[in-house]
Ligand binder design. Structure first.
Ligand code: GLN
Length: 304
C-alpha cells in the first residue's frame, strides 16, 4: 500500500476551509490555537511512517489521554475495574451528568468525563506519583522522552472546569470516588494537558495495533486480552454521542480530544493520528473525521 501517496491526496484535497465548526473555547488556552493547523501521520512499522502538514507539531491531546490512563488502570485492577465503570456507549455529550443518578454513580464508559474521572481516582489511589507515572508510561510506549504536560493548559482548565469538579463531587456523594476531590481533578487536568504530535500519537497507539507490543523495542507492555477490550471501547465509545457516526464513516476504533486530535488504529496494520482544531458540535475534529473517512475509503480497508 502506498500510504504516502494516499496521505498526499488527502492533504491536497482537504483543508480547514471546507469545515464550518469552531476551535474549543471553554478551556481558554485552547481558544488561542490556530484553526488552520492540519497534520496527519501514519505508522505501520518502526521505519515505516508517513505524514503531512503539521504532523510533527505538538498540541493538547485532551481526551485522547483517557486511553493511556485506562491502560494503566487496567494493568492495576484487571477485570475488577468494571465494577467501577461500565462499558456501554452513552449516547450523551462527553461532559454529561445526567445518567449518573439512575446508574448509582457508575459512569457508562471510561471515555466520557465521568468515567475518566473514576479512572483518575483509581490511579491517584494506587500510585505514589500518578502524574510522573502516567508521563513515564506515555514516554515508554512512544519510545520518546520528549513528552510533557502543558502547565498553562492544565491551570487554564482548572479555572473553568466546574462541570468536571461537579462530576467528581456527585460521584463521591454516590459512593464511587474514594480519594479527595482536589488530587483527582489535578491529575485529570494534567493528563488532558499532555502535548504530543500526530507522529508521537500514532507511534504510541501502535501498541493497540500490535497486541500490546511497544513499537520501538517490541516489549510486551499490555496483555493482548486487555488490548482487545480497549480497542472495543474505542470502537463503541471513543467519540461520545458521535461514536456511531465515526464507525459508520471511518470504520476503525479511535479516540478524539477537544484539542482537535483523533487517533485511530487498524489492528495488525497501522495506527494513524490527525490534527485539525476546528470541532463539530459534538466536540470532535471535523476535518480530522473527514480525513480519516477518506483514508479508509482510499485504502479500501477498515475493520469492517
Ligand atoms: N479536558 C477536557 C474536558 O474535560 C477533555 C474533553 C475532551 O477532549 N472531549 O472537558
Amino acid at each position: 500500500m502506498n500510504y504516502q501517496k494516499i496521505l498526499d491526496t488527502i492533504h491536497s484535497e482537504m483543508s480547514y476551509r471546507d469545515v464550518g465548526g469552531k476551535v474549543a473555547s471553554y478551556i481558554p488556552e485552547l481558544a488561542k490555537i490556530d484553526p488552520r493547523k492540519f497534520g496527519m501521520h501514519l505508522y505501520c512499522g518502526e521505519n515505516q511512517h508517513y505524514g503531512f502538514g503539521d504532523s510533527e507539531e505538538k498540541f493538547s491531546i485532551q481526551s485522547i489521554s483517557k486511553v493511556f490512563s485506562l491502560c494503566m488502570a487496567m494493568n492495576i485492577m484487571g477485570e475488577d475495574l468494571w465494577e467501577r465503570v461500565d462499558v456501554e456507549p452513552s449516547g450523551n455529550p462527553f461532559n454529561s451528568l445526567t445518567q449518573l443518578e439512575q446508574e448509582n454513580g457508575i459512569p457508562r464508559n471510561p471515555f466520557i468525563n465521568a468515567g475518566a474521572l473514576v479512572i483518575s481516582d483509581i490511579l491517584v489511589d494506587h500510585l505514589e506519583n500518578p502524574k510522573e507515572e502516567l508521563l513515564s508510561f506515555v514516554r515508554q510506549i512512544t519510545g520518546d522522552a520528549d513528552i510533557e504536560y502543558d502547565e498553562t493548559v492544565a491551570s487554564s482548565e482548572k479555572s473553568t472546569g466546574f462541570r468536571n469538579i461537579a462530576l467528581v463531587n456527585y460521584m463521591k456523594a454516590l459512593g464511587n470516588i474514594k480519594c479527595e476531590v482536589e488530587p483527582i481533578i489535578d491529575f485529570y487536568f494534567h493528563q488532558c494537558s499532555l502535548r504530543m504530535s500526530c507522529r508521537q500519537l500514532a507511534k504510541a497507539f501502535m501498541i493497540f495495533a500490535n497486541k500490546g507490543k511497544v513499537l520501538e523495542n517490541g516489549e510486551k507492555i499490555m496483555r493482548p486480552e486487555i488490548v482487545k477490550r480497549i480497542n472495543a471501547l474505542m470502537q463503541t465509545c471513543g467519540f461520545y454521542d458521535e461514536a456511531g457516526e465515526f464507525s459508520f464513516e471511518v470504520g476503525l476504533p479511535g479516540k478524539s480530544g477537544v484539542g482537535g486530535g483523533i487517533v485511530a488504529i487498524h489492528p495488525e496494520r497501522y495506527s494513524v493520528a490527525v490534527w485539525s482544531p476546528i470541532l463539530n458540535e459534538k466536540g470532535n475534529s471535523e476535518l480530522g473525521m473527514k480525513a480519516l473517512e477518506k483514508l479508509t475509503t482510499l485504502t479500501g480497508v477498515s475493520v469492517f
